[in-house]
Each structure stands twice: as structure tokens, then as C-alpha cells.
Design a protein around this ligand. Structure first.
Ligand code: AMP
Length: 115
């Protein structure tokens, strides 16, 4: 059996996390190594390795994840000043955990282009 990812272990309650939102489809928790004053990861509870593995079955799920992001941006006062949503994918994308996750970054001005 393939080894569980760290995020699956958080979903299963084997590792603690600073959870800020939880529902039947997804979990959101603070990144352990924050890159901005607010840095939250939003992940589906369904095991999906990356954007590459998304299918038409996941259309509503992805919409749900984005609506949770909107809700969190409002909760943490990011909506007015703005924020960035990042989904690193694969080696060139800088993905280090093979469980789909959306980074919600805010509380400072972001640079462009990204590194
Ligand atoms: P990525 O590099 O896009 O795959 O993002 C993975 C993110 O997960 C990184 O920003 C890590 O800091 C974060 N991370 C890894 N382990 C944990 C953990 N146990 N709790 C919270 N965030 C984590």
C-alpha cells in the first residue's frame, strides 16, 4: 500500500494541524512554514494527488474549494486588500506534498513574476 501523504495523515487525525475550517468535503489549516502573514492550505478530503489528476467528477468539488477560499479570505480580512491563491503542480511547479492543496496567501503585497 502506498504511504499516506502528510495531508492524508492530517485528515485522518494522525497528525495535528491548526485547522481553521472543516466540512464534509475539505479541510483548511495554517501552513507550518508560512510565506505570508496569513498562509492557509485548503485541501479536499478526497485523495487527489495534484491538478493533473482532476477529472470531470471533481468539478463541483473544485468549485466548493474555491468558495471556501472566498469565505476564508473574508474571515481573515483579506478580501479588500487582495490575496493570492497558488496551486503548485509537479516538480517544476514546486509541489512537495502529493495531495491537492490550494495555498491562500495574504496580509502583504505579493511580487510578480513568482520565483
Ligand atoms: P507545496 O510545496 O505546494 O506542495 O506545499 C506544501 C506545503 O505544505 C508547504 O508550504 C509546507 O510548509 C506545508 N506543510 C507541510 N507539512 C505541513 C504540516 N504538517 N502542517 C501544515 N503545513 C504543512
Amino acid at each position: 500500500m502506498p504511504e499516506k501523504t502528510i495531508f492524508k495523515r492530517i485528515i485522518d487525525g494522525e497528525i495535528s494541524a491548526d485547522v481553521v475550517y472543516d466540512d464534509e468535503l475539505c479541510l483548511a489549516f495554517r501552513d507550518i512554514n508560512p510565506q505570508a502573514p496569513t498562509h492557509i492550505l485548503v485541501i479536499p478530503k478526497k485523495e487527489i494527488a495534484s491538478v493533473n489528476e482532476l477529472t470531470a467528477h471533481d468539478q463541483a468539488l473544485v468549485g466548493h474549494l474555491y468558495l471556501v477560499i472566498v469565505r476564508l479570505a473574508d474571515t481573515y480580512d483579506l478580501a479588500a486588500t487582495g490575496y493570492r491563491v497558488v496551486v503548485n503542480t509537479g516538480t517544476h511547479g514546486g509541489q512537495t506534498v502529493d495531495h491537492l492543496h490550494f495555498h491562500l496567501l495574504g496580509g502583504r503585497a505579493m511580487q510578480w513574476p513568482p520565483g
